[in-house]
Design a protein around this ligand. Structure first.
Ligand SMILES: *Cc1c(COP(=O)(O)O)cnc(C)c1O
Length: 428
């Protein structure tokens, strides 16, 4: 299988190359030349497949020229070594809990799969790969944990000093081993600028084999479709499945659309967003108009020009009418989000995080008779504890995993925001 760029100005490449390069030179996104339809028998007997086994069926068509089956199997068993349960929140509304991985958010799935693919592709090289990541908080943790102890790969994470939460900082700075954290005297943009410059720096590239773990890397995107099959499997008696996806960069929902295109019987999707509602507005009239990003309580979705929008178009042969046939938008603001968290807890004793809350409310308002709803709970609520406490108007106990992490010792190297200092560090 080859992967082409959605901008169509770069040549099509193998899975291996698409993973290593991350972004095509024409700044599009990689997209598979074919979307294989899965065997009817597989879809009818999902029950008999474990999560990694589903992963095998879904992914092998995309990777078969580049990863032997045995290896893919090993990668999937390592990457998906936690459960992704569906739970009933109330009648007809279910949650797909994507937060049982090591950093308590769905990004673990893609980050762990990508890390192992890169590790495998690098086995035949005699040079270690260095992954550079700039993070404003969450992504860095998933990437760091995903790559931890993967042989042949070193990770250097740059984060803005004092601008990530204590929990996030601990996730970045306590792993050790092949993970190095740089605490930068500057903001996220400064971190990102340094990483970008390093990729263009000939001195660095002649010494180090650099790679990125960009969120739109094909190896982070494709495995996200696996859990839509898992949700369907666990809801096997449900009729007309409607999936509400709290969305920011639109990786998750487009992975769901990919699953549907491969044959999974999802009735329709709801793209649930916060005040950054470019896509819900687009779904109304076909007009894609980007406004400035506004900060919200569901900050992992504070994106106003979602990178994955071209993949949404590609999945529907650029046909807007086709997209809206089975996709609807939904938006609420911060106050409504807090109200929803409170009312869901009061009536169901289920604690929503501020992202999942928007998906839940989308189903409350948009689910029709004879439909069954499932929303993606994209992170564990404890990652957003102060918002949860505000919404529920009570102090929450820290879950054990958080208090354990908080007792670990932070190890980070402080650097200023000058590129030369960063470069000296990398070359030193
Ligand atoms: C990244 C993230 C999202 C947004 O996911 P997209 O695939 O970018 O739309 C939603 N919720 C949480 C908790 C996230 O970390």
């Amino acid at each position: 299988m080859k992967f082409y760029s959605t901008n169509k100005q770069s040549e099509a490449v193998s899975f291996r190359e698409a993973v290593i390069k991350s972004l095509p030179t024409d700044k599009g996104l990689y997209f598979p030349e074919e979307v294989p339809e899965l065997d009817y028998l597989f879809l009818e007997t999902l029950d008999y497949y474990s999560l990694p086994e589903i992963g095998m069926e879904v992914l092998r068509q995309f990777t078969k020229e580049d990863i032997p089956e045995q290896k893919l199997n090993e990668i999937l068993h390592e990457a998906l070594d936690f459960e992704i349960p569906v739970k009933e929140v109330e009648k007809n509304i279910h949650t797909l809990e994507l937060f049982h991985g090591p950093t308590y958010a769905f990004k673990d799935v893609g980050a762990r799969f990508l890390a192992r693919c890169l590790g495998y592709f690098n086995e035949t090289e005699n040079k270690e790969v260095t992954i550079l990541v700039a993070t404003s908080g969450d992504t860095g943790g998933a990437v760091a944990s995903g790559f931890h102890n993967v042989p042949g790969v070193n990770v250097v994470i740059l984060y803005p000093s004092g601008k990530v939460s204590d929990l996030q900082e601990k996730q970045l700075t306590t792993l050790g081993g092949n993970i190095t954290a740089l605490e930068v005297e500057g903001d996220f943009d400064a971190c990102q600028a340094m990483v970008k410059q390093a990729f263009l720096d000939a001195d660095i590239n002649s010494k180090l084999n650099l790679s990125s773990a960009n969120s739109i890397n094909i190896a982070r995107w494709l495995p996200q479709s696996i859990y839509f099959f898992e949700a369907y499997k666990q809801l096997k008696d449900a009729k007309k499945l409607v999936v509400a996806v709290p969305s920011g960069n639109y990786g998750n929902i487009t992975a769901g659309m990919l699953a549907k295109k491969m044959g999974l019987d999802i009735h329709r999707f709801i793209a649930a967003s916060n005040a950054n509602d470019t896509v819900p507005r687009y779904l109304k009239d076909g007009n894609y108009e980007v406004k400035p990003t506004v900060p919200t309580l569901s900050n992992a979705m504070d994106v106003s020009d979602p990178s994955n929008h071209p993949r949404m178009l590609e999945l529907h042969e650029q046909n807007f009418k086709d997209i809206i046939k089975h996709t609807q938008g939904f938006t609420i603001n911060d106050q409504q989000t807090l109200d929803v968290m409170k009312s869901c807890y009061a009536s169901n004793q289920y604690i929503l995080d501020p992202h999942g809350a928007i998906g839940y409310q989308a189903l409350k308002e948009k689910l029709e008779k004879k439909e069954t709803g499932v929303f993606l709970e994209t992170a564990h609520y404890s990652k957003f504890l102060s918002t949860v406490e505000q919404a529920l108007d009570q102090k929450m106990d820290l879950p054990d995993f958080v208090s354990d992490l908080m007792t670990k010792e932070k190890v980070a190297t402080k650097i200023g925001n000058s590129y030369d200092e960063f470069k000296a560090f990398l070359l030193g």
